[in-house]
Design a protein. Structure first.
Length: 202
Protein backbone atom coordinates (compact mmCIF):
# COMPACT_ATOMS: atom_id res chain seq x y z
CA UNK A 1 0.00 0.00 0.00
CA UNK A 2 1.42 3.34 -1.04
CA UNK A 3 1.83 5.84 1.77
CA UNK A 4 0.13 9.14 1.04
CA UNK A 5 2.08 12.31 1.74
CA UNK A 6 1.04 15.92 1.86
CA UNK A 7 2.34 18.18 -0.89
CA UNK A 8 5.41 20.22 -0.01
CA UNK A 9 5.33 23.89 -0.96
CA UNK A 10 8.28 26.13 -0.18
CA UNK A 11 7.94 29.67 1.11
CA UNK A 12 9.58 30.73 -2.14
CA UNK A 13 6.45 29.58 -3.93
CA UNK A 14 3.96 30.93 -1.42
CA UNK A 15 5.62 34.34 -1.38
CA UNK A 16 4.98 34.58 -5.09
CA UNK A 17 1.41 33.32 -4.71
CA UNK A 18 0.46 35.66 -1.92
CA UNK A 19 2.48 38.66 -3.10
CA UNK A 20 2.87 39.73 0.53
CA UNK A 21 5.20 39.45 3.50
CA UNK A 22 4.83 36.77 6.14
CA UNK A 23 4.05 37.42 9.77
CA UNK A 24 7.16 36.99 11.88
CA UNK A 25 8.03 36.78 15.54
CA UNK A 26 11.13 38.00 17.33
CA UNK A 27 13.65 35.37 18.43
CA UNK A 28 16.35 37.46 20.13
CA UNK A 29 19.36 39.67 19.41
CA UNK A 30 21.93 38.77 16.76
CA UNK A 31 24.60 40.09 14.42
CA UNK A 32 23.45 40.56 10.81
CA UNK A 33 23.52 37.38 8.75
CA UNK A 34 22.58 37.26 5.07
CA UNK A 35 19.19 35.63 4.54
CA UNK A 36 17.84 36.50 7.99
CA UNK A 37 15.16 39.05 8.87
CA UNK A 38 15.59 41.71 11.55
CA UNK A 39 14.05 44.57 13.40
CA UNK A 40 16.52 47.42 13.89
CA UNK A 41 16.09 49.12 17.27
CA UNK A 42 17.54 52.56 18.02
CA UNK A 43 19.59 52.33 21.22
CA UNK A 44 18.68 55.81 22.53
CA UNK A 45 14.90 55.54 22.08
CA UNK A 46 14.08 51.83 22.02
CA UNK A 47 12.03 52.44 18.86
CA UNK A 48 12.27 50.50 15.59
CA UNK A 49 13.29 51.46 12.10
CA UNK A 50 9.96 51.78 10.29
CA UNK A 51 8.71 52.42 6.74
CA UNK A 52 6.26 55.28 7.16
CA UNK A 53 2.52 54.46 6.87
CA UNK A 54 3.18 50.90 5.65
CA UNK A 55 3.90 52.43 2.23
CA UNK A 56 5.14 50.19 -0.59
CA UNK A 57 6.08 53.18 -2.77
CA UNK A 58 9.64 53.79 -3.89
CA UNK A 59 11.05 56.92 -2.26
CA UNK A 60 9.17 56.53 1.02
CA UNK A 61 11.30 57.81 3.93
CA UNK A 62 12.21 55.68 6.92
CA UNK A 63 11.54 56.79 10.48
CA UNK A 64 11.54 55.43 14.01
CA UNK A 65 8.32 54.19 15.60
CA UNK A 66 7.19 52.11 18.55
CA UNK A 67 8.22 48.52 17.83
CA UNK A 68 5.44 46.23 16.64
CA UNK A 69 5.03 43.03 14.66
CA UNK A 70 4.30 45.01 11.49
CA UNK A 71 6.09 43.96 8.32
CA UNK A 72 7.00 47.61 7.74
CA UNK A 73 9.50 47.14 10.57
CA UNK A 74 11.08 43.95 9.21
CA UNK A 75 14.17 44.00 7.01
CA UNK A 76 15.96 41.13 5.27
CA UNK A 77 19.78 41.14 5.19
CA UNK A 78 21.29 40.27 1.80
CA UNK A 79 24.99 39.74 1.10
CA UNK A 80 26.42 42.67 -0.90
CA UNK A 81 29.99 41.34 -0.95
CA UNK A 82 33.13 42.62 0.78
CA UNK A 83 31.52 42.25 4.20
CA UNK A 84 28.67 44.60 3.29
CA UNK A 85 24.93 44.10 3.54
CA UNK A 86 21.85 45.19 1.63
CA UNK A 87 18.63 45.59 3.60
CA UNK A 88 15.33 44.86 1.88
CA UNK A 89 11.99 45.90 3.41
CA UNK A 90 9.86 42.79 3.87
CA UNK A 91 6.52 44.49 3.22
CA UNK A 92 7.44 46.37 0.03
CA UNK A 93 10.40 44.27 -1.20
CA UNK A 94 12.25 47.55 -1.82
CA UNK A 95 15.86 48.32 -0.93
CA UNK A 96 16.85 50.50 2.04
CA UNK A 97 19.27 53.21 0.89
CA UNK A 98 20.15 56.86 0.60
CA UNK A 99 19.67 58.35 -2.84
CA UNK A 100 22.44 57.40 -5.25
CA UNK A 101 25.17 60.03 -5.28
CA UNK A 102 23.85 61.88 -2.21
CA UNK A 103 26.87 62.21 0.08
CA UNK A 104 25.63 65.02 2.32
CA UNK A 105 24.93 64.74 6.02
CA UNK A 106 21.17 64.93 6.47
CA UNK A 107 20.33 62.87 3.38
CA UNK A 108 17.25 60.80 4.29
CA UNK A 109 17.12 57.03 4.43
CA UNK A 110 14.45 55.75 2.04
CA UNK A 111 13.15 52.54 0.48
CA UNK A 112 13.76 52.43 -3.25
CA UNK A 113 13.40 50.31 -6.37
CA UNK A 114 16.98 51.40 -7.18
CA UNK A 115 18.35 48.19 -5.76
CA UNK A 116 22.12 48.27 -6.02
CA UNK A 117 25.24 50.38 -6.00
CA UNK A 118 26.12 53.53 -4.12
CA UNK A 119 23.88 54.35 -1.20
CA UNK A 120 22.52 50.83 -0.76
CA UNK A 121 25.53 48.94 0.61
CA UNK A 122 25.78 49.06 4.39
CA UNK A 123 28.48 48.13 6.89
CA UNK A 124 27.56 46.93 10.38
CA UNK A 125 30.32 47.96 12.77
CA UNK A 126 30.13 46.54 16.28
CA UNK A 127 30.06 49.19 19.00
CA UNK A 128 30.00 46.57 21.76
CA UNK A 129 27.21 45.54 24.11
CA UNK A 130 25.12 44.17 21.22
CA UNK A 131 24.90 47.47 19.33
CA UNK A 132 26.10 48.45 15.85
CA UNK A 133 26.89 51.55 13.88
CA UNK A 134 25.33 51.12 10.45
CA UNK A 135 27.50 52.91 7.92
CA UNK A 136 26.62 53.78 4.33
CA UNK A 137 29.60 52.27 2.54
CA UNK A 138 29.79 54.92 -0.20
CA UNK A 139 29.83 57.88 2.22
CA UNK A 140 31.22 56.42 5.47
CA UNK A 141 28.34 58.17 7.27
CA UNK A 142 26.13 56.53 9.89
CA UNK A 143 22.39 55.92 10.07
CA UNK A 144 21.22 58.54 12.55
CA UNK A 145 17.90 59.35 14.25
CA UNK A 146 17.54 63.07 13.63
CA UNK A 147 18.33 65.41 16.54
CA UNK A 148 18.47 62.57 19.09
CA UNK A 149 14.67 62.52 18.97
CA UNK A 150 12.79 59.91 20.96
CA UNK A 151 9.48 60.75 19.25
CA UNK A 152 7.52 58.52 16.90
CA UNK A 153 8.00 59.73 13.34
CA UNK A 154 11.54 61.08 13.81
CA UNK A 155 13.39 60.76 10.52
CA UNK A 156 16.36 58.45 9.99
CA UNK A 157 19.14 59.92 7.87
CA UNK A 158 22.86 59.67 7.26
CA UNK A 159 25.21 61.80 9.34
CA UNK A 160 28.88 61.96 10.22
CA UNK A 161 29.58 59.11 12.64
CA UNK A 162 29.82 60.34 16.22
CA UNK A 163 29.30 57.24 18.35
CA UNK A 164 26.17 58.82 19.80
CA UNK A 165 23.37 56.55 21.03
CA UNK A 166 21.11 57.90 18.25
CA UNK A 167 23.51 56.20 15.81
CA UNK A 168 23.60 52.85 17.60
CA UNK A 169 21.26 50.05 16.53
CA UNK A 170 20.41 46.68 18.02
CA UNK A 171 19.33 43.91 15.66
CA UNK A 172 16.42 41.78 16.81
CA UNK A 173 16.30 38.63 14.71
CA UNK A 174 12.87 37.59 13.48
CA UNK A 175 11.63 34.25 12.15
CA UNK A 176 8.72 33.23 9.94
CA UNK A 177 5.69 31.84 11.70
CA UNK A 178 4.04 28.63 10.46
CA UNK A 179 1.35 29.31 7.86
CA UNK A 180 -2.00 27.55 7.85
CA UNK A 181 -3.85 27.41 4.54
CA UNK A 182 -6.74 25.30 3.24
CA UNK A 183 -5.77 21.88 1.92
CA UNK A 184 -3.21 20.98 4.56
CA UNK A 185 -0.19 22.20 2.61
CA UNK A 186 3.14 21.91 4.40
CA UNK A 187 5.64 24.75 4.12
CA UNK A 188 9.38 24.55 4.30
CA UNK A 189 11.52 27.34 5.77
CA UNK A 190 13.14 29.51 3.13
CA UNK A 191 16.82 29.85 4.01
CA UNK A 192 17.94 31.96 1.05
CA UNK A 193 16.67 35.48 0.33
CA UNK A 194 14.41 36.04 -2.64
CA UNK A 195 15.50 38.53 -5.27
CA UNK A 196 11.93 39.83 -5.61
CA UNK A 197 9.21 37.39 -4.57
CA UNK A 198 6.37 39.56 -5.87
CA UNK A 199 7.36 38.93 -9.47
CA UNK A 200 8.45 35.31 -9.52
CA UNK A 201 7.53 32.86 -12.24
CA UNK A 202 6.50 29.38 -11.05
Amino acid sequence: MTKQTKPIVTLKTIAGLLGAGLAIASTGWAAPTAGKVYQLVARHSGKCLDVATHSIASGTPLQQWDCSEGLNQKFRAIDAGDGQIYLTAEESVLRVRVNKGDRASGAPLIQSNDWNGDGAKLRFVSAGDGAYEIQVASTNKCLDVSAFSTANGAKVLQWDCTGGANQLWELREAAALPISVPGGLVFEKLDAPLANPRFMDF
